[in-house]
Design a protein around this ligand. Structure first.
Ligand code: HEM
Length: 342
């Protein structure tokens, strides 16, 4: 996210731990939002409390941090190439009535808030299920060995790998990151009639949570709580036409990135990251040590999970295995390749 947004790395991989307390603050922020989204009155007593507002410092950690990082990037005379800040600055120039400085810094912090833990949680979910579900790792490695000659893989090749695709979709389905409801308001021009016939007039607030939809056996078939990448693939006796229709239906019901105009804006970036990291991780590294780490689930705005290992943050598990193994043995002794990745 640092590279894409501000042309700079934030240093997590190099350090193998939290940097500038960003992860710690992120966890606190998401925990807070998890509670107040369910019980907004608590926000009125705490952060929106007029007495608190009178005495609090004007900027939050994320606003201040984004301002600092953006200022450093703008002062960097060596900056070349294009990053998202360039796009935000362009938008500010074109639409000054919409994009003032605060909005611009808001875009930057939104990228860090919406684009980091989300992808990290999905990567951890993939790790968790791939190494614990019998047969999955072997089948994935077979697909990787047959198709990938160097890591990180060429994007077109990686996106064409059917089993990898099925694993990512299944992980997003079984563990969607949005743990709370996605709210919408019925627009003034329209009304909605639900499948059961209930009429919802304009202005009605409605909400959906992927955790119910993504686990509904009437959509996903038997054992929706089981990790089965095969449900995204063509069954043995299934015709091409039936499979194409079923796949479209599954994609329509999959709420992992939400749908419509307020759906995830970073979906393609997230997909690009995941589709590159996952094969590299499983194709090059020995991940068996992860079997011994016990993780516990932890919910906030993001359906998160933490490691009980000495690594203090869940995200660091991934940093750790990259870090450790770059300096030790790897599955194929192709250790130098992973250095391109860091
Ligand atoms: C696997 C990773 C990700 C998942 C599962 C995910 C999921 C979601 C979901 C479900 C929403 C919509 C919530 C709603 O409908 O109310 C959302 C919104 C958003 N996401 Fe993501 N996201 C991911 C990664 C990213 C990344 C990498 C970025 C940025 C580069 C990003 C930026 C955003 C933004 C800006 C919004 C708000 C869109 C708006 O309100 O108009 N996301 N994401």
């Amino acid at each position: 996210m640092g590279q894409l947004t501000l042309s700079r790395r934030l240093g997590f991989l190099e350090a193998g731990r939290d940097v500038d307390t960003i992860l710690k603050e992120l966890e606190h922020e998401l925990d807070y939002r998890g509670v107040v989204q369910n019980m907004p009155w608590i926000d009125k007593v705490l952060r929106k409390n007029p007495i608190y507002l009178r005495f609090k410092t004007p900027t939050s950690f994320f606003a201040a941090n984004s301002r600092r990082l953006a200022t450093e990037r703008l002062q960097d005379e060596k900056h070349s190439g294009v990053d998202m800040l360039d796009g935000f600055l362009e938008a500010k120039k074109k639409h000054p009535e919409i994009v003032d400085d605060a909005t611009l810094f808001g875009y930057i912090s939104t990228n860090f808030l919406a684009g980091s833990d989300t992808t990290a949680v999905t990567l951890r979910t993939i790790l968790w299920y791939v190494i614990r579900t019998p047969g999955v790792l072997d089948r994935l490695r077979k697909e990787l060995d047959e198709n990938i000659t160097s890591y990180p893989p060429d994007y077109a090749t990686a996106t064409g790998l059917k089993y990898l695709d099925a694993i990512i979709r299944e992980a997003l389905r079984i563990h969607p990151i949005g743990s709370l409801v996605f709210e919408r308001v019925v627009p003034p021009t329209g009304h909605i009639t639900t499948q059961s016939g209930t009429h919802l007039p304009a202005g009605t607030q409605i909400a959906q949570t992927p955790w119910t939809l993504n686990w509904d056996s009437s959509i996903w078939g038997p054992e929706p709580r089981k990790f089965k990448p095969e449900r995204w693939l063509q069954y043995e006796n299934e015709s091409d036409d039936t499979y194409a229709k079923r796949l479209t239906m599954l994609k329509n019901y999959d709420f992992s990135f939400s749908h419509g105009p307020r759906a995830c804006l970073g979906k393609h970036i997230a997909w690009m990251e995941i589709v590159e990291v996952v094969p590299t991780l499983f194709g090059l590294l020995d991940v068996s040590s992860l079997l011994h780490i016990s993780w516990r689930w932890h919910g906030s705005v993001i359906a998160d999970e933490w490691s009980d290992s000495p690594v203090s943050f869940g995200d660091s598990v991934i940093f750790q295995i990259f870090h450790d193994q770059v300096h030790s043995s790897t599955r194929h002794q192709r250790v130098s390749e992973i250095k391109n990745y860091l």
